[in-house]
Write a protein that binds this ligand. Structure first.
Ligand code: FMN
Length: 326
């Protein structure tokens, strides 16, 4: 049985990727992912925003530097360089340690940094780059189109600066995901990762305070990903699709592949069940393939793609006649 698949032009021995998370933030972690059977890893993102915050906390950095532009520039360049160097080291050592593709991930705040850092990651040997483009949509004066334009501009600039494949990881909160996804595809996104799951918040009604919500997803969240993977695949989007959010077991992997995903990224299920759970996921995938007489992933990828299937994915509202709860 052949579980191999192609994603971003890379050959993966299985479609199961460990998504960007603390599992992939160290060489040891990357080695563990490969040993557990991952087809590829997406390294923990380098968040420029975090670097900038860390710079402020670094020993030796005092507010006095803010008032001295040259010293400020020196300190921030030096400390930022240090953070990037650590990430470059992670890429280089991970590449040496494992024989599966290593995808680097970045999230920048400064336009110029997206391209500069992407190029450094390519030079360090990353097999591909995942752009975690999450632009905060909290300013009521910024139009939706401006946010989408910015994401497209970032992608275009990064594509110009590197030759390795580039994927874009987006959130699910766009008015017309199909239109936005096609724009990214047309500007050269080799892959689209659907979806990034944003930080959740909650309210504790006893302490009457805002608190962090669930960091981990639940299997039911899988259905949103399934819908959009299917709709984009059926419209023949010229980018590979990678399913992320709510994929917990082998059966959920099968569903995403049937909908048209080229790969599936696991995260929450591994926090809940441990990295060794990847082998259970792969066994479930193999069992299903055996029961349905498929020898390769290619044989059933995107199979649920008929007009009738698409119509079901396009349905948004519950009509009484097909959802009667009595
Ligand atoms: C603890 C934790 C850390 C994460 N770190 C990153 C990150 O650095 N970059 C990123 O793009 N996504 C990050 N994610 C998001 C995951 O990669 C994934 O997209 C999300 O959790 C949805 O997938 P899931 O339902 O399988 O958890 C993180 C998620 C968790 C729970």
């Amino acid at each position: 049985m052949d579980l191999s698949t192609k994603y971003l032009g890379l050959k993966l021995k299985s479609p199961v990727i460990v998504g960007s998370s603390t599992f992939t933030g160290s060489v040891e972690g990357v080695k563990n992912c490969a040993a557990a059977g991952a087809g590829a890893v997406v390294l923990k993102s380098l968040f420029e925003e975090q670097i900038l915050a860390d710079i402020k906390k670094e020993e030796g950095y005092t507010d006095i530097y803010d008032a001295m532009p040259d010293a400020h520039r020196y300190m921030t360049t030096f400390l930022r360089g240090n953070e990037i160097e650590l990430y470059v080291k992670l890429i280089k050592e991970s590449k040496k340690a494992v024989d599966i593709p290593v995808i680097a991930s970045i999230n920048c705040t400064d336009f110029g940094e997206w391209t500069a850092i992407a190029k450094e990651f390519q030079d360090a040997g990353a097999d591909a780059i995942e752009l975690n483009i999450a632009i905060s949509p909290f300013d009521r004066n910024v139009k939706a189109e401006a946010i989408e334009d910015e994401a497209v501009a970032i992608l275009k600039a990064v594509k110009k600066s590197v030759t390795i494949p580039v994927s874009v990881k987006i959130g699910s909160h766009f008015t017309n995901i199909c239109n936005f996804a096609f724009r990214l595809a047309q500007e050269g996104a080799d892959g689209l990762v659907l979806f990034n799951r944003f930080y959740n918040t909650d309210i504790d009604i006893e302490t009457v305070k805002v608190i962090p919500g669930n960091a981990l997803s639940v299997p039911e969240e899988n259905s949103d990903t399934l819908r959009w993977i299917s709709l984009l695949f059926s419209q023949k989007i010229p980018s590979d699709l990678s399913a992320s959010t709510g994929v917990f077991c082998g059966n959920a992997v099968v569903k995403q592949l049937l909908a048209g995903a080229s790969s599936v990224q696991l995260c929450s299920t591994l926090y809940k069940n441990g990295l060794s759970y990847i082998s259970t996921v792969l066994s479930e995938l193999k069992d299903w393939m055996l029961r349905h007489n498929y020898n390769t992933v290619k044989d059933f990828k995107g199979l649920l793609n008929s007009d009738d299937d698409v119509k079901v994915f396009e349905r948004l509202q519950y009509l009484r006649r097909n959802y009667d709860m009595n």
